[in-house]
Design a binder for this molecule. Structure first.
Ligand code: 3SL
Length: 245
């Protein structure tokens, strides 16, 4: 299995035919998607564009849908939820479809919508995603970081490296043997630096600092840093729609 890490949606190649794409937005979109589905949401629909989200949501009865999202880390006016993984509790999301738009994560998901298999990953579900890729016998995998408005983000690269290590452990192989580009090799090295304290890395990252400036995000940071706290693999079942299959 060869892995190409693209640190931002903009870095995703315009051509190429991977077997699977794994999208990461540790802070916080793919962490929130994982927890929402784990806690009983029936689907998460992702959108870069808010008007399209609003129109699509009207197809689902009001008592069965929740609008969720943020811009710049702040919850959106008129929406039911922001983008906090600790807010998508069973009491809030069970039996509901989420319509989610975030600054970077949902844009990254849109960028790879046409890849045959698309999964979301965070530090919470590394093992589960690695096992899924192994089961697929995927030969060519893109890992896509969400970054921040087109720039590199430390926390997504940390998780990309962690996923590479998890895949190598699952396959019983050397992580370096799976690296398709230098970005993947660098991500793998990052994980070796912070594997014993990923929350420190999340707090150092510029977006971790942004969240801390916006208010108390301790619970979110703790949740986002919890390695393998989930066993779910959010899977794209139709363009822009993620479910557990
Ligand atoms: O950038 C994104 O897509 C978000 O996950 C950012 S935030 O953590 O919700 O502010």
């Amino acid at each position: 299995m060869k892995v190409w890490y693209c640190p931002t949606p903009e870095a995703v190649p315009g051509s190429g035919h991977p077997d699977a794409a794994v999208v990461i937005d540790v802070l916080r979109a793919t962490t929130t998607i994982g927890w929402a589905l784990h806690n009983g949401a029936t689907a998460v629909h992702v959108f870069a564009d808010l008007d399209i989200l609003q129109r699509a949501a009207t197809a689902v009865p009001q008592d069965k849908r929740l609008l969720a999202g943020e811009r710049g880390g702040r919850a959106l006016e008129g929406f039911d939820l922001g983008n906090s993984p600790v807010a998508v509790t069973p009491a809030v999301v069970e039996g509901k479809q989420l319509f989610l738009s975030t600054t970077n994560g949902t844009r990254a998901l849109e960028r790879v919508q046409a890849v045959p298999r698309v999964f979301t990953c965070s530090l919470n579900n590394l093992k589960a995603v690695a096992a899924q890729l192994q089961a697929l016998a995927a030969g060519h995998v893109w890992i896509v970081g969400s970054g921040w408005e087109g720039s590199y983000s430390l926390e997504d690269s940390l998780a990309a490296g962690a996923l590479l290590h998890s895949m190598a452990t699952t396959l019983g192989s050397d992580p370096q043997s799976h690296c398709g580009n230098d970005e993947t090799t660098a991500a793998a090295a990052l994980w070796q630096v912070w594997q014993h304290n990923p929350e420190t890395c999340l707090r150092l990252a510029t977006h971790g600092q942004r969240l801390q400036r916006l208010g108390n995000h301790d619970a979110d940071l703790r949740c986002c840093a919890a390695v393998n706290s989930l066993t779910v693999v959010p899977t794209q079942t139709s363009p822009g729609v993620f479910r557990l299959v």
